[in-house]
Ligand binder design. Structure first.
Ligand SMILES: *Cc1c(COP(=O)(O)O)cnc(C)c1O
Length: 199
């Protein structure tokens, strides 16, 4: 992320450890996730196991290259290698640009929802997720209406959205993570929802 969005991470410096899901806003394949520790030593504590046949009881930090002492997966592929190689090969600007673009799109979609008389924004998006609901049509059971609408949107096959609850009410929930998604596509999502509700 470029400087404009740094404030989203305000306070992160207080954490002893941070989970980094690189398959979210770092465009990497699923499963690529890291835990970043403030103190290197702590990284050996979380996943330490008793296995005298694997570990010889030496200070695990001395054998830092032995991933067995700080992963849940022991022999499995070191997923961090993919992240390391991509960051080395591509640098960080590409990811920062992508993040900024995703947040711009998120805000533009939130504005679209806010400006539409028959939709309601659940809350101001802080990241790349928008919660909204349809307020048109027969509104005698808004919650059931959203659930029905979501199932119809999935059935139509043009969009994938989920549902969630906010303040006890059902909202549609859209995550903007695909770099090729555009605002006109999202306008279509609103139009499609209107059309499905009227169908
Ligand atoms: C990513 C995410 C999950 C799922 O976690 P994974 O590590 O991708 O399996 C659950 N809840 C929220 C809010 C998330 O962002």
């Amino acid at each position: 992320m470029h400087d404009g969005h740094r404030s989203l991470l305000t306070g992160i410096y207080r954490a002893d450890s941070v989970v980094w899901d690189l398959h979210k806003m770092m465009l990497m394949p699923a499963l690529i996730t890291g835990v970043i520790f403030r103190e290197n030593r702590r990284s050996y504590e979380a996943f330490a196991q008793e296995a005298s046949y694997l570990f010889d009881g030496d200070d695990p930090e001395k054998g830092w290259f032995n991933v067995g002492s700080r992963t849940m997966e022991c022999t499995k592929r070191a997923l961090g290698t993919t992240a390391y190689v991509l960051l080395q090969a591509l640098g960080t600007d590409l990811f920062a640009d992508y993040f900024d673009q995703a947040l711009r799109l998120t805000r533009a979609f939130a504005d679209l929802v806010r400006g539409a008389e028959d939709f309601e924004l659940g809350l101001e998006p802080a990241c790349n997720i928008v919660c909204f609901r349809y307020m048109g049509g027969d509104g005698h059971d808004r919650n059931a209406q959203q659930l029905w609408l979501r199932s119809q949107v999935l059935k139509a096959g043009n969009f994938y959205i989920v549902q969630t609850r906010l303040r006890g009410e059902v909202f549609l929930r859209l995550t903007l993570i695909q770099p090729f998604t555009t605002l006109p596509m999202l306008r279509d999502l609103l139009d499609e929802s209107r059309a499905l509700d009227g169908a």
